[in-house]
Design a protein around this ligand. Structure first.
Ligand code: FMN
Length: 195
């Protein structure tokens, strides 16, 4: 973590292939609120930067990096490592996170754990977006990644879940938007405390 007074950076990743959809909007919402707190932010869409799934080759054990030929993953991994905080958002698909998001988590998590854990003590928060069911399960799935990575997860006034189905419906869930505002407040507060 940077010393006090040094700029902090938060990376937000959306696991939806629907560019400009509800998950993109939710992640952008939290990043916007963090930017208002003076925190540098960056957004990446897995829809625009899809990553391959883990090949279970275990080459990362020796190489300490992922050996798959995948420039999108290399870009994302470097951004995870350089960021102080990470926001992961996923739509709910058949009750769980999207394959895009799980591919990213599987590979970032595997590589980061080889040798010195590159994610330790970073701040992480997840957001699950769905028409109706599966939000809490997906929220938990993403949090498992943060917790096994020795990251610190701030809470909010509710679990970070948003109800939305068609593109553009994110703003209609007033309670969901309020939860994300509270999450951004707590996320920024924690980042500054531990900086
Ligand atoms: C393949 C697929 C599976 C889905 N499964 C669920 C589900 O299990 N529960 C649910 O409430 N919504 C489900 N949905 C609806 C999406 O979660 C919802 O449309 C969400 O707003 C999509 O976010 P996005 O706009 O960021 O892609 C599914 C959508 C797709 C395309």
């Amino acid at each position: 973590m940077p010393a006090k007074g040094v700029a902090m950076k938060v990376l937000g990743v959306s696991g939806s292939p629907r560019v400009g959809g509800n998950t993109d909007a939710a992640v952008h919402h939290v990043l916007g609120a963090l930017a208002q707190q003076g925190i540098e932010t960056e957004f990446i869409s897995l829809g625009q930067h899809p990553v391959k799934s883990c090949a279970a080759c275990y080459a990362c054990v020796e190489a300490k990096r992922c050996v798959l030929d995948d420039p999108n993953f290399d870009l994302l991994y470097s951004k995870f490592v350089e960021s102080d905080g990470i926001i992961l958002g996923s739509p709910v698909w058949f009750g769980s996170a999207t394959p895009l998001m799980m591919s990213l988590i599987d590979r970032v998590g595997s590589v980061a754990r080889r040798g010195e854990n590159k994610l330790k003590h970073k701040v992480g928060a997840s957001i699950a977006v769905a028409r109706r069911a599966g939000k809490n399960f997906t929220f938990a799935q993403l949090n498992y990644f943060f917790l096994i990575s020795e990251m610190i997860v701030p809470g909010a006034s509710y679990w970070n879940v948003v109800s939305a189905c068609q593109k553009g419906e994110f703003d209609r869930d007033a309670e969901g938007v309020k939860i994300l505002d509270n999450l951004a407040e707590n996320f920024g507060w924690l980042l500054k405390k531990i900086a």
